[in-house]
Design a protein around this ligand. Structure first.
Ligand code: 637
Ligand code: MG
Length: 214
């Protein structure tokens, strides 16, 4: 049977990227998705904003919701200092299998841990299962209608602390209106929009950065 888009993206990484070199994995995926086959990675333009938020924060514990092919897990993981860890949740086993290969090709298997399953099932178990106290940084990039439920669940599970930064992809395209309204209205958050473009296109999109005030 035909290969899937994630499998073709992985093949491009294995054929063209240098093993153990996250920067080359990122540039191979961006080149492939810009020139051969679009895919819903955060991409290079919004990725640059993601990089600056992570670099400024220098987080020790990071959570990502929605791994897909592992592009943003590699983007974030490459910037983490020794001892820092990224947990990334992915419920589609085919995407998870591709993402594990991409993360391993980048040489980040000791920094990035992919956990297979639904965010709603796993968030309540992260503390007891992984010994996580609170997260320093959270990247939301899974189904857009799931953003709001998951941020509320993270609050309930007390996995946020004063200063935890949440960064949400696609708040304009495809859009996450209920999430945006919540973080912009809630006194619990100090929220700011970073205008950018939908990956590999000229369409508007952007990232919402929300700091939990506790
Ligand atoms: C509750 C739960 N738990 C665990 N994993 C979960 C999960 N819910 C979803 N996932 C996983 O996360 C990824 C899903 C990503 C969804 N992203 C988008 O839909 C998306 C779409 C566009 C887009 C924009 C314009 C268009 F015309 C078409 C598409 C751009 C983007 O950047 C996107 O992120 C995917 O790997 C899915 O399996
Ligand atoms: Mg996205």
């Amino acid at each position: 049977t035909r290969t899937t888009r994630p499998q073709r993206l992985l093949k491009a990484v294995q054929d063209r990227a240098i093993r153990g070199n996250p920067k080359s994995v990122i540039s191979v995926i961006d080149h492939y998705c810009r020139n051969q086959e679009w895919a819903m990675n955060v991409g290079d333009e919004k990725g640059f904003i993601l990089d600056s938020v992570v670099s400024e924060l220098n987080p020790q514990t990071v959570l990502e919701l929605g791994t897909y092919c592992g592009y943003s897990a590699v983007r974030i993981g490459r910037l983490l200092h020794s001892g820092a860890r990224l947990l990334t949740l992915e419920f589609n086993p085919d995407y998870a299998a591709v993402a594990r290969e991409v993360i391993s090709w980048a040489g980040l298997e000791n920094t990035v841990q992919l956990v297979e399953g639904a965010s709603g099932d796993w968030i309540p178990r992260l503390r007891e299962h992984f010994g996580i106290h609170t997260f320093d940084f959270i990247f939301l990039d899974h189904w857009k209608e799931g953003y709001l439920a998951d941020i509320k669940l993270l609050e309930e599970c007390r996995l946020l602390r004063k200063g935890t930064v949440l960064l949400a992809d696609n708040v304009v395209c495809p859009g996450a209106p209920d999430y945006l309204e919540y973080v912009r209205k809630s006194p619990l958050y100090d929220s700011r929009y970073f205008k950018s473009h939908l990956e590999y296109t000229k369409a508007e999109d952007g990232l919402e950065k929300s700091v939990y005030l506790g």
